[in-house]
Design a protein around this ligand. Structure first.
Ligand SMILES: [Fe+2]
Ligand SMILES: [Fe+2]
Length: 486
């Protein structure tokens, strides 16, 4: 590595490296987890996932791009690569910090912050234009499409986040805020069309390893968005294809599910399927409602910051800081004054776990929003339901949880357990192991946190997607309290 290019850093802030140079330091790039980028034909920079390094290095003579921070880090490890002196005064840390700033997330946010509000609105409109173009082309929801979709939603999320953060200190004119939110809603509407039209099977929708943003948090948010939609499609289809099962939910409620709800309600009332689902278990038919649920799913973690480690474990992270993200999400969403309380609630309540002691216990914070209205339209029904499709029931206090939030909890835990990029864990769980663990820790405990019926449907969803290949395992997962599955 003695050849030194004349200029490494250009006006865009990226350092350029040739294929030969990258090959020379590849081992350290992998070791230090340095994000490597390439320039796309449209001039934007695309992240190259490590699994694709081989492909790019073997087949092409090209220019790679490395951001400033990563470049400095690489330099510290290989001064020879540098055209400028190694920075001094920087501690040459021997021990790796337990968590480093999520650089890609930070960069995406910086990029959004640099735009003025008109550019942001325009950018979201361009994204819509692109997705609508894909729909017209009749694009399949294949790995390439998933990649493009996650680029688009990464940008949209960061635009929303930076706008909402600014709005907290200096209010954004309402019409602009409205355009950002309306644009984001339209984008989700388009995504639903793209996924409904371009999907061959649930198996296609499950191929989420193709979400590769280079950021743990952004990968999580993109995967949850796609999985949430796929699950809702499945949930709706469940009422046709599995209609017998839905009927049997009622018939076998006592053997299978009763024990969990009885434990949650501490035996305070008789429970049946109609008590669990206020108004009865039903598909989500209205399109506006579907979009609203998905919007909440998309925005649920918008309060997360790039420099904090988040996970559901216990060791080596600041629980208090990590828990803050639900307040931050809630505040940011609420202060837009453009989002429904349902969407706002997802930010605050997606770690509620039916009020379990290990939950974040934010239900009262949310209900305070309803105190005035509760006087007027109080539901005098003495029954407490578990789940409602309508957020007002949760606000008024006659239902414990909001339907999409109970889905979110399950998707969230499952994603955390199966995410191969989470570095705090020594290994990643297989889908089967993750589900077993979820049952053990969130259902078969004195205070069940996730919903057993939605969990049951989720197992069927992963089975239908081919994520769980062995039908016997799926059956075992659905065997509750010794009762055979339906
Ligand atoms: Fe969260
Ligand atoms: Fe999350």
């Amino acid at each position: 590595m003695s050849a030194q290019p004349e200029s490494r850093k250009a006006t865009d802030g990226y350092h350029r490296l040739t294929t030969h140079e990258v090959s020379g330091v590849l081992e350290r790039i992998v070791q230090l987890d340095i994000p490597l980028r390439r320039k796309r034909p449209d001039g934007s920079y695309g992240y190259i996932p490590p699994k694709d390094f081989d492909y790019y290095l073997k087949n092409k003579e090209m220019t790679f791009y490395i951001d400033e921070d990563s470049y400095e880090k690489l330099m510290r490890n290989d001064p020879e690569l540098s055209t400028s002196p190694v920075p001094h005064g920087e501690p040459q840390a021997e021990t790796k910090p337990s968590f480093e700033t999520d650089r890609i997330f930070q960069q995406e946010l910086d990029r959004a912050e640099e735009m003025d509000i008109t550019e942001r609105i325009q950018s979201i409109m361009n994204h819509s234009f692109r997705i609508n173009g894909m729909i017209e082309e009749g694009r399949r929801f294949d790995p390439g499409t998933i990649g493009t979709v996650s680029d688009i939603f990464t940008s949209t999320l960061c635009i929303n986040k930076s706008t909402m953060m600014e709005n907290l200190t200096q209010p954004i004119p309402q019409e602009n805020m409205s355009r950002i939110i309306t644009g984001s809603n339209a984008l989700i509407d388009s995504l639903l069309k793209l996924m409904a039209k371009g999907r061959a099977s649930f198996a296609d929708l499950a191929r989420l390893e193709h979400v590769q943003t280079g950021s743990i948090t952004l990968n999580h948010m993109n995967r949850l968005l796609i999985r949430f939609i796929a699950f809702l499609f499945f949930y709706n289809s469940y009422f046709q294809r599995f209609s017998n099962d839905v009927k049997r939910f009622r018939a076998h409620f006592r053997d299978l599910f009763y024990q969990y709800y009885d434990r949650i309600l501490k035996g305070s009332q008789q429970v049946n399927l109609e008590i669990v689902f206020k108004g009865g278990i039903a598909p989500v038919q209205e399109r506006w409602r579907f979009i609203e649920y998905v919007m909440g799913g998309f925005m649920h973690d918008i309060g997360k910051l790039p420099d904090i480690s988040y996970h559901d474990g216990t060791e080596g992270f600041d629980m208090k800081k990590a828990r803050r993200h639900v307040f931050d999400s809630y505040n940011m969403l609420l202060e837009t004054r453009e989002l429904s309380l349902g969407v706002v609630s997802t930010g605050l309540l997606h770690h509620d776990y039916y009020g379990a002691p290990y939950g974040y216990r934010q239900l009262e914070t949310f209900r305070k929003k309803f105190i005035d209205r509760r006087e007027k339209s109080r539901d005098t029904s003495p029954l407490l339901h578990m789940i409602s499709y309508n957020i007002n029931d949760v606000g008024y206090g006659n239902t414990v949880a909001y339907f999409p939030n109970k889905i979110m909890e399950i998707l969230d835990i499952y994603d955390a357990l199966t995410d191969p990029d989470k570095k705090y864990r020594t290994r990643t769980y297989t889908p089967e192991e993750a589900l077993m663990l979820m049952r053990k820790e969130y259902l078969d405990v004195p205070y069940p946190g996730i919903d057993p019926i939605i969990f049951y449907i989720f197992v069927d969803f992963l089975r239908a997607s081919g994520v769980i290949a062995d039908p016997a395992v799926a059956e075992e997962l659905k065997t509750f309290g010794g009762a055979a599955p339906l």
